[in-house]
Design a protein around this ligand. Structure first.
Ligand SMILES: C[C@@](CO)(OP(=O)(O)O)[C@H](O)COP(=O)(O)OP(=O)(O)OC[C@H]1O[C@@H](n2ccc(N)nc2=O)[C@H](O)[C@@H]1O
Ligand SMILES: Nc1ncnc2c1ncn2[C@@H]1O[C@H](COP(=O)(O)OP(=O)(O)O)[C@@H](O)[C@H]1O
Length: 290
């Protein structure tokens, strides 16, 4: 019997997200410093038979139908490009909130491509794998090799892996989905129109303080339109900012998840406990980012 293959699908966090402009095809040119969390979904692949998916876990029911699952979309796109691709049954343990600005579905899709790559001896640099990632969604390429890097273009233009200090964070989501296309639409850019550019090159191996100083001079341009659509994001930002030891708060991606940064693991754990007392029904997670 072939051994099942397994991988983690970590949450993606946009520490910065500058929208440079809107292209003629409607997509937006981005510049984003992306990192990955210690928390995420889990994906297993049991090789053999036809392509199938089973989803369990606390947010399984929110992830939509199996046919529309991004795991299946990525696998189908790869199978269309690699003849005789060996497949099997994917078992997804879904824990991350859905439509939450932390790329859960994208990270699941990228995890599926990693596992199929392993099963079929395809390196992550294989053109079919890269193309399947890009066609699955704008955030999938950066999730293929989940490590800190700059992401540009619509998401396909990736910088080299960055050596960042580990950051200690609390992630908060009010458990309300926010749809990405609606947020980009609410930004209100016309094709060809841009926002003021503000390049933010990351120095080689910055200290935690240097990284924090850089983050304070940057933004998430999707925060204002997302706040218009879902005012609970403003509440999340305000409550998190007020937790003890919080150094910076910001929304990730198109929301609604927001993150707070703290000096160390204990401060983040304390803040998460403090926050849970205020909003016991929300998703609150202390984690590290890098
Ligand atoms: C905003 C970001 C930032 O990392 O994260 P999330 O909020 O999804 O986590 C991503 O760009 C989201 O990536 P992803 O969720 O994969 O986007 P897709 O499915 O490809 O596109 C959904 C829709 O978002 C808009 N879109 C997406 C990416 C982009 N650069 N410009 C866009 O205008 C388009 O309207 C598109 O139809
Ligand atoms: N494996 C999956 N996990 C989560 N959402 C998925 C998945 N597959 C498909 N989707 C769909 O993709 C959309 C975006 O979900 P998600 O990736 O969680 O968003 P975000 O990138 O904003 O965190 C949702 O509307 C959801 O129905």
């Amino acid at each position: 019997m072939p051994q099942p293959l397994a991988t983690r699908a970590p949450a993606k966090i946009n520490l910065t997200l500058h929208v440079l402009g809107r292209r003629a095809d409607g997509y937006h040119e981005l510049e984003s410093l992306v990192v990955f969390a210690g928390t995420g979904d889990d994906l297993r692949l049991e090789p053999g038979g036809t392509l199938a998916l089973a989803v369990t876990g606390p947010t399984a029911l929110l992830a939509g139908s199996h046919a529309d699952n991004l795991v299946m979309k990525a696998a189908r796109l790869l199978a269309e490009r690699v003849s005789g691709l060996k497949v099997g049954t994917f078992c997804l343990t879904k824990r991350l909130p859905v439509a939450a600005g932390i790329g859960g579905g994208s990270s699941d899709a990228a995890a599926a491509l990693r596992l199929l790559g392993r099963l079929n001896s395809l390196p992550l640099s294989h053109p079919a794998l890269r193309e399947a990632a890009r066609l699955t969604g704008a955030d999938v390429p950066v999730c293929l090799e989940p490590r800190a890097r700059m992401m540009r273009g619509a998401g396909e233009d990736l910088g080299p892996g960055l050596s960042l200090p580990r950051l200690f964070a609390v992630l908060v989501n009010p458990r309300v989905p926010v749809e990405t296309p609606a947020v980009f639409k609410a930004l209100g850019l016309q094709p060809g129109q841009g926002l003021p550019a503000a390049a933010h090159p990351v120095p080689e191996a910055p200290s935690p303080d240097a990284l924090l100083a850089l983050l304070k001079n940057t933004r998430n341009d999707l925060e204002p339109p997302a706040l218009q659509i879902q005012p609970l994001i403003g509440e999340a930002l305000g409550l998190l900012r007020a937790t003890d030891g919080c150094r910076l708060v910001r929304m990730s991606g198109s929301g609604a998840t927001v993150f707070g940064l703290y000096d160390d693991c204990d401060a983040a754990a304390r803040a998460a406990r403090q926050f849970r007392r205020l909003r016991p029904d929300w998703w609150v997670k202390a984690t590290s980012l890098r």
